[in-house]
Design a protein around this ligand. Structure first.
Ligand code: NI
Length: 372
Protein backbone atom coordinates (compact mmCIF):
# COMPACT_ATOMS: atom_id res chain seq x y z
CA UNK A 1 0.00 0.00 0.00
CA UNK A 2 1.54 3.30 -1.04
CA UNK A 3 -0.45 5.56 1.28
CA UNK A 4 0.87 5.67 4.83
CA UNK A 5 -2.44 5.32 6.63
CA UNK A 6 -1.05 5.76 10.13
CA UNK A 7 0.79 8.97 9.20
CA UNK A 8 -2.32 10.38 7.48
CA UNK A 9 -4.55 9.61 10.42
CA UNK A 10 -2.09 10.95 13.01
CA UNK A 11 -1.80 14.18 11.03
CA UNK A 12 -5.59 14.60 10.90
CA UNK A 13 -5.76 13.68 14.58
CA UNK A 14 -3.25 16.35 15.59
CA UNK A 15 -5.10 19.10 13.77
CA UNK A 16 -8.80 18.44 14.42
CA UNK A 17 -11.37 20.99 13.28
CA UNK A 18 -14.96 21.31 14.48
CA UNK A 19 -18.03 21.30 12.24
CA UNK A 20 -17.99 23.91 9.43
CA UNK A 21 -14.31 24.71 10.04
CA UNK A 22 -12.67 21.69 8.38
CA UNK A 23 -10.57 23.84 6.00
CA UNK A 24 -7.19 22.23 6.68
CA UNK A 25 -8.74 18.77 6.82
CA UNK A 26 -10.40 19.27 3.43
CA UNK A 27 -7.12 20.58 2.02
CA UNK A 28 -5.19 17.53 3.25
CA UNK A 29 -7.81 15.12 1.91
CA UNK A 30 -7.92 16.90 -1.47
CA UNK A 31 -4.12 16.82 -1.79
CA UNK A 32 -3.94 13.08 -1.06
CA UNK A 33 -6.68 12.34 -3.61
CA UNK A 34 -4.71 14.31 -6.18
CA UNK A 35 -1.58 12.25 -5.51
CA UNK A 36 -3.72 9.21 -6.37
CA UNK A 37 -4.42 10.76 -9.78
CA UNK A 38 -8.01 11.69 -8.90
CA UNK A 39 -9.83 14.99 -9.38
CA UNK A 40 -11.38 16.02 -6.06
CA UNK A 41 -13.62 19.07 -5.78
CA UNK A 42 -14.77 21.08 -2.79
CA UNK A 43 -18.47 21.23 -1.98
CA UNK A 44 -20.31 23.23 0.68
CA UNK A 45 -17.07 25.00 1.71
CA UNK A 46 -15.37 22.17 3.63
CA UNK A 47 -16.67 19.00 1.96
CA UNK A 48 -14.61 17.03 -0.57
CA UNK A 49 -16.12 14.87 -3.31
CA UNK A 50 -14.33 12.78 -5.88
CA UNK A 51 -15.41 10.24 -8.49
CA UNK A 52 -13.81 7.11 -9.89
CA UNK A 53 -15.73 6.38 -13.10
CA UNK A 54 -16.92 2.91 -14.06
CA UNK A 55 -17.30 1.32 -17.47
CA UNK A 56 -21.07 1.59 -17.82
CA UNK A 57 -23.75 4.23 -17.53
CA UNK A 58 -25.37 2.84 -14.41
CA UNK A 59 -25.87 5.15 -11.42
CA UNK A 60 -22.97 5.27 -9.00
CA UNK A 61 -22.30 3.84 -5.57
CA UNK A 62 -21.49 6.50 -2.96
CA UNK A 63 -19.12 5.90 -0.03
CA UNK A 64 -19.30 8.42 2.78
CA UNK A 65 -16.87 9.34 5.57
CA UNK A 66 -17.45 12.18 8.03
CA UNK A 67 -14.43 14.40 8.81
CA UNK A 68 -15.28 16.81 11.65
CA UNK A 69 -14.03 16.82 15.27
CA UNK A 70 -15.60 17.79 18.61
CA UNK A 71 -15.22 20.69 21.06
CA UNK A 72 -13.49 18.49 23.67
CA UNK A 73 -10.07 18.94 25.34
CA UNK A 74 -8.13 15.77 24.55
CA UNK A 75 -6.86 13.78 27.56
CA UNK A 76 -5.64 10.67 25.76
CA UNK A 77 -1.97 11.27 26.59
CA UNK A 78 -1.01 10.09 23.07
CA UNK A 79 2.16 11.44 21.47
CA UNK A 80 0.05 12.58 18.51
CA UNK A 81 -2.72 14.11 20.63
CA UNK A 82 -4.56 17.19 19.38
CA UNK A 83 -2.52 20.36 18.98
CA UNK A 84 -5.71 22.44 18.73
CA UNK A 85 -6.76 23.40 22.29
CA UNK A 86 -10.31 22.36 23.12
CA UNK A 87 -10.79 20.40 19.90
CA UNK A 88 -10.45 16.63 19.54
CA UNK A 89 -11.21 13.80 17.16
CA UNK A 90 -13.08 12.02 19.95
CA UNK A 91 -15.46 10.20 17.62
CA UNK A 92 -12.83 8.86 15.22
CA UNK A 93 -13.89 10.79 12.13
CA UNK A 94 -10.13 11.07 11.40
CA UNK A 95 -10.19 7.26 11.18
CA UNK A 96 -13.19 7.30 8.83
CA UNK A 97 -11.56 9.87 6.52
CA UNK A 98 -8.29 7.89 6.44
CA UNK A 99 -10.05 4.61 5.68
CA UNK A 100 -11.91 6.22 2.78
CA UNK A 101 -8.63 7.61 1.42
CA UNK A 102 -7.19 4.08 1.55
CA UNK A 103 -10.27 2.79 -0.26
CA UNK A 104 -9.82 5.52 -2.90
CA UNK A 105 -6.32 4.19 -3.54
CA UNK A 106 -7.55 0.59 -3.84
CA UNK A 107 -10.42 1.46 -6.18
CA UNK A 108 -8.32 3.79 -8.35
CA UNK A 109 -5.93 0.88 -8.96
CA UNK A 110 -8.85 -1.37 -10.01
CA UNK A 111 -10.70 1.23 -12.06
CA UNK A 112 -10.52 -0.81 -15.29
CA UNK A 113 -12.62 -3.56 -13.71
CA UNK A 114 -15.39 -1.38 -12.28
CA UNK A 115 -18.82 -1.85 -13.83
CA UNK A 116 -20.27 1.15 -11.97
CA UNK A 117 -18.61 4.34 -10.91
CA UNK A 118 -18.11 5.32 -7.30
CA UNK A 119 -18.40 8.72 -5.63
CA UNK A 120 -16.34 9.30 -2.49
CA UNK A 121 -17.95 11.76 -0.10
CA UNK A 122 -15.85 13.37 2.65
CA UNK A 123 -18.58 15.05 4.68
CA UNK A 124 -18.08 17.95 7.09
CA UNK A 125 -20.27 18.84 10.05
CA UNK A 126 -21.74 15.49 11.03
CA UNK A 127 -21.67 16.66 14.64
CA UNK A 128 -23.07 19.98 13.52
CA UNK A 129 -26.01 17.98 12.09
CA UNK A 130 -26.18 20.03 8.88
CA UNK A 131 -23.32 18.49 6.88
CA UNK A 132 -25.28 15.80 5.03
CA UNK A 133 -28.12 18.24 4.32
CA UNK A 134 -25.74 20.77 2.76
CA UNK A 135 -23.98 18.15 0.66
CA UNK A 136 -27.25 16.68 -0.60
CA UNK A 137 -28.36 20.19 -1.56
CA UNK A 138 -25.06 20.54 -3.45
CA UNK A 139 -25.96 17.45 -5.48
CA UNK A 140 -23.72 14.72 -4.04
CA UNK A 141 -26.46 12.12 -4.52
CA UNK A 142 -27.15 13.03 -8.17
CA UNK A 143 -26.76 9.89 -10.30
CA UNK A 144 -26.21 7.77 -7.16
CA UNK A 145 -28.30 4.64 -6.52
CA UNK A 146 -26.91 3.40 -3.18
CA UNK A 147 -24.66 4.55 -0.35
CA UNK A 148 -22.45 2.83 2.24
CA UNK A 149 -20.84 4.29 5.35
CA UNK A 150 -19.29 3.03 8.57
CA UNK A 151 -18.63 4.18 12.10
CA UNK A 152 -15.75 2.86 14.15
CA UNK A 153 -16.98 1.06 17.27
CA UNK A 154 -14.47 1.12 20.16
CA UNK A 155 -16.39 -1.51 22.14
CA UNK A 156 -15.66 -4.11 19.42
CA UNK A 157 -12.05 -5.32 18.88
CA UNK A 158 -10.29 -4.69 15.57
CA UNK A 159 -11.14 -7.43 13.11
CA UNK A 160 -14.81 -7.52 14.03
CA UNK A 161 -17.74 -5.73 12.43
CA UNK A 162 -21.47 -5.64 13.04
CA UNK A 163 -24.34 -5.20 10.59
CA UNK A 164 -28.06 -4.79 11.02
CA UNK A 165 -30.89 -4.55 8.50
CA UNK A 166 -33.54 -1.98 9.42
CA UNK A 167 -33.22 0.68 12.13
CA UNK A 168 -29.72 1.01 13.63
CA UNK A 169 -29.64 4.53 15.08
CA UNK A 170 -32.33 6.77 16.47
CA UNK A 171 -34.65 9.36 15.07
CA UNK A 172 -34.21 12.49 17.19
CA UNK A 173 -36.09 15.62 18.09
CA UNK A 174 -35.44 18.49 20.45
CA UNK A 175 -37.88 20.33 22.65
CA UNK A 176 -38.09 23.52 24.64
CA UNK A 177 -40.73 23.95 27.33
CA UNK A 178 -41.43 27.27 29.00
CA UNK A 179 -43.53 27.20 32.18
CA UNK A 180 -45.01 30.57 33.08
CA UNK A 181 -46.41 31.16 36.56
CA UNK A 182 -46.69 34.22 38.74
CA UNK A 183 -43.65 35.53 40.55
CA UNK A 184 -43.66 36.70 44.15
CA UNK A 185 -42.14 36.48 47.61
CA UNK A 186 -40.83 33.05 48.56
CA UNK A 187 -42.79 33.34 51.81
CA UNK A 188 -46.12 33.92 50.01
CA UNK A 189 -46.66 30.92 47.73
CA UNK A 190 -50.45 31.37 48.04
CA UNK A 191 -50.13 34.72 46.21
CA UNK A 192 -47.89 33.24 43.49
CA UNK A 193 -47.94 30.40 40.95
CA UNK A 194 -44.61 28.61 41.26
CA UNK A 195 -43.15 27.56 37.86
CA UNK A 196 -40.30 25.62 39.54
CA UNK A 197 -42.65 23.21 41.32
CA UNK A 198 -44.79 22.96 38.19
CA UNK A 199 -41.68 22.40 36.06
CA UNK A 200 -40.39 19.67 38.37
CA UNK A 201 -43.75 17.90 38.01
CA UNK A 202 -43.54 18.28 34.23
CA UNK A 203 -40.04 16.66 34.21
CA UNK A 204 -41.45 13.69 36.14
CA UNK A 205 -44.55 13.60 33.96
CA UNK A 206 -42.47 13.40 30.77
CA UNK A 207 -40.81 10.22 32.07
CA UNK A 208 -44.25 8.66 32.44
CA UNK A 209 -44.71 9.05 28.66
CA UNK A 210 -41.99 6.40 28.31
CA UNK A 211 -43.30 4.02 30.96
CA UNK A 212 -47.09 4.55 30.73
CA UNK A 213 -48.04 5.96 27.33
CA UNK A 214 -45.66 4.54 24.70
CA UNK A 215 -45.75 0.89 23.68
CA UNK A 216 -43.48 -1.01 26.10
CA UNK A 217 -41.69 -2.84 23.28
CA UNK A 218 -40.74 0.38 21.45
CA UNK A 219 -37.42 1.92 22.58
CA UNK A 220 -37.92 5.54 23.64
CA UNK A 221 -35.79 8.04 25.53
CA UNK A 222 -37.00 11.42 26.80
CA UNK A 223 -34.20 13.42 28.40
CA UNK A 224 -34.47 16.88 29.93
CA UNK A 225 -30.90 18.13 29.55
CA UNK A 226 -31.31 21.65 30.89
CA UNK A 227 -33.64 23.23 33.47
CA UNK A 228 -33.27 26.89 34.30
CA UNK A 229 -35.31 29.02 36.68
CA UNK A 230 -34.96 31.59 39.40
CA UNK A 231 -32.27 33.97 40.62
CA UNK A 232 -32.46 34.15 44.42
CA UNK A 233 -33.32 32.07 47.51
CA UNK A 234 -36.29 34.19 48.52
CA UNK A 235 -38.07 34.79 45.21
CA UNK A 236 -40.58 32.68 43.35
CA UNK A 237 -39.66 33.35 39.71
CA UNK A 238 -42.03 34.11 36.89
CA UNK A 239 -40.83 31.39 34.50
CA UNK A 240 -38.93 28.11 34.25
CA UNK A 241 -37.42 26.81 31.04
CA UNK A 242 -36.26 23.36 30.01
CA UNK A 243 -34.50 21.90 26.99
CA UNK A 244 -34.34 18.28 26.02
CA UNK A 245 -34.29 15.59 23.39
CA UNK A 246 -36.39 12.60 22.34
CA UNK A 247 -34.83 9.47 20.77
CA UNK A 248 -36.62 6.49 19.27
CA UNK A 249 -36.50 4.33 16.15
CA UNK A 250 -40.06 4.84 14.93
CA UNK A 251 -40.82 8.09 13.12
CA UNK A 252 -44.55 7.67 13.97
CA UNK A 253 -43.69 7.34 17.65
CA UNK A 254 -41.55 10.46 17.46
CA UNK A 255 -44.46 12.44 16.05
CA UNK A 256 -46.82 11.08 18.74
CA UNK A 257 -44.41 12.01 21.54
CA UNK A 258 -44.56 15.65 20.44
CA UNK A 259 -48.32 15.65 20.85
CA UNK A 260 -48.27 13.74 24.17
CA UNK A 261 -45.59 16.07 25.48
CA UNK A 262 -47.66 19.16 24.68
CA UNK A 263 -50.77 17.72 26.35
CA UNK A 264 -48.86 16.50 29.41
CA UNK A 265 -46.98 19.75 29.96
CA UNK A 266 -50.14 21.83 29.53
CA UNK A 267 -52.26 19.67 31.83
CA UNK A 268 -49.66 19.37 34.58
CA UNK A 269 -48.82 23.08 34.48
CA UNK A 270 -52.55 23.93 34.70
CA UNK A 271 -52.76 21.83 37.88
CA UNK A 272 -50.23 24.23 39.41
CA UNK A 273 -51.98 27.37 38.08
CA UNK A 274 -49.20 27.81 35.51
CA UNK A 275 -49.09 27.70 31.72
CA UNK A 276 -46.78 25.62 29.52
CA UNK A 277 -45.56 26.43 26.05
CA UNK A 278 -43.97 23.53 24.15
CA UNK A 279 -41.83 23.79 21.03
CA UNK A 280 -41.10 20.38 19.54
CA UNK A 281 -38.72 20.17 16.58
CA UNK A 282 -38.06 16.98 14.65
CA UNK A 283 -34.35 16.65 13.80
CA UNK A 284 -32.74 13.55 12.25
CA UNK A 285 -34.67 10.59 10.89
CA UNK A 286 -33.43 7.16 12.02
CA UNK A 287 -30.50 5.40 10.34
CA UNK A 288 -32.48 2.65 8.64
CA UNK A 289 -30.50 0.08 6.67
CA UNK A 290 -31.74 -1.38 3.39
CA UNK A 291 -31.98 -5.19 3.97
CA UNK A 292 -30.71 -6.32 0.53
CA UNK A 293 -27.79 -3.88 0.48
CA UNK A 294 -26.89 -4.75 4.08
CA UNK A 295 -26.82 -8.47 3.22
CA UNK A 296 -24.47 -7.85 0.27
CA UNK A 297 -22.19 -5.64 2.37
CA UNK A 298 -22.12 -8.22 5.15
CA UNK A 299 -21.19 -11.00 2.71
CA UNK A 300 -18.30 -8.92 1.37
CA UNK A 301 -17.12 -8.12 4.90
CA UNK A 302 -17.23 -11.84 5.76
CA UNK A 303 -14.85 -12.56 2.88
CA UNK A 304 -12.28 -10.28 4.55
CA UNK A 305 -12.93 -10.70 8.28
CA UNK A 306 -14.46 -14.19 8.41
CA UNK A 307 -18.12 -14.87 9.19
CA UNK A 308 -17.20 -15.71 12.80
CA UNK A 309 -16.10 -12.10 13.31
CA UNK A 310 -19.40 -10.57 12.22
CA UNK A 311 -22.36 -10.00 14.50
CA UNK A 312 -25.78 -8.41 14.61
CA UNK A 313 -25.14 -4.71 15.29
CA UNK A 314 -26.23 -3.29 18.60
CA UNK A 315 -28.79 -0.53 18.13
CA UNK A 316 -27.93 2.83 19.67
CA UNK A 317 -30.15 5.82 20.38
CA UNK A 318 -27.56 8.31 19.18
CA UNK A 319 -28.46 10.06 15.90
CA UNK A 320 -26.40 10.31 12.68
CA UNK A 321 -27.03 12.41 9.61
CA UNK A 322 -26.16 9.43 7.37
CA UNK A 323 -29.91 8.90 7.75
CA UNK A 324 -30.57 11.86 5.45
CA UNK A 325 -28.84 10.11 2.53
CA UNK A 326 -30.96 7.03 3.27
CA UNK A 327 -34.11 9.12 2.86
CA UNK A 328 -33.13 9.44 -0.81
CA UNK A 329 -31.26 6.22 -1.78
CA UNK A 330 -30.94 2.78 -0.15
CA UNK A 331 -28.04 2.78 2.27
CA UNK A 332 -26.05 0.62 4.66
CA UNK A 333 -24.28 1.94 7.76
CA UNK A 334 -22.30 -0.49 9.89
CA UNK A 335 -20.04 -0.75 12.95
CA UNK A 336 -16.34 -1.48 12.45
CA UNK A 337 -14.49 -2.69 15.56
CA UNK A 338 -11.80 -0.18 16.56
CA UNK A 339 -10.64 -1.70 19.86
CA UNK A 340 -10.72 1.27 22.24
CA UNK A 341 -11.02 1.59 25.99
CA UNK A 342 -13.38 4.53 25.99
CA UNK A 343 -16.45 5.03 23.86
CA UNK A 344 -17.27 7.91 21.51
CA UNK A 345 -16.95 11.52 22.75
CA UNK A 346 -14.82 10.63 25.80
CA UNK A 347 -11.76 12.93 26.33
CA UNK A 348 -9.52 9.83 26.59
CA UNK A 349 -11.05 8.15 23.52
CA UNK A 350 -8.38 6.28 21.54
CA UNK A 351 -8.47 3.46 19.00
CA UNK A 352 -6.22 0.62 17.88
CA UNK A 353 -4.57 1.84 14.66
CA UNK A 354 -4.82 -1.64 13.15
CA UNK A 355 -8.39 -0.62 12.35
CA UNK A 356 -6.99 1.47 9.46
CA UNK A 357 -5.76 -1.33 7.14
CA UNK A 358 -8.61 -3.60 8.31
CA UNK A 359 -11.13 -0.88 7.50
CA UNK A 360 -9.61 -0.26 4.07
CA UNK A 361 -9.73 -3.96 3.18
CA UNK A 362 -13.29 -4.36 4.48
CA UNK A 363 -14.78 -1.27 2.84
CA UNK A 364 -12.88 -1.93 -0.40
CA UNK A 365 -14.29 -5.47 -0.54
CA UNK A 366 -17.81 -4.11 0.03
CA UNK A 367 -17.36 -1.49 -2.68
CA UNK A 368 -15.88 -3.95 -5.18
CA UNK A 369 -18.75 -6.38 -4.63
CA UNK A 370 -21.30 -3.62 -5.24
CA UNK A 371 -19.40 -2.18 -8.22
CA UNK A 372 -18.61 -5.33 -10.19
NI1 NI B 1 -19.20 10.02 15.01
Amino acid sequence: MALDLIAIRRDLHQYPEVAHNEYRTAEVIGNILQTLGLNPRRVAKTGVVCEIPGNGNEPMLALRADIDALPIQEQSGLEYASKNPGVMHACGHDVHATILLGVAEQLAQRQAGLRRGVRLIFQPAEEGTTGARELIAAGVLDNVSSIVGLHNYPLLPVGKAAFRAGPLMAASSRFQITITGKGGHAASPHLSADPIVAGAAVVSGLQQLVSRVAHPLEPLVVTVGAFQAGSAFNIIPETAEMLGTVRCFSMELRKSVGQWMTETANDIAAGYRCKAQVEYTEMMPSVNNDPALTQQARQAAASVLGEENLSEAEQVLAAEDFSLYQQIVPGCFFWLGSGGTYHWHHPAYAIDEKVLPTGVRTLSAIALKLLS
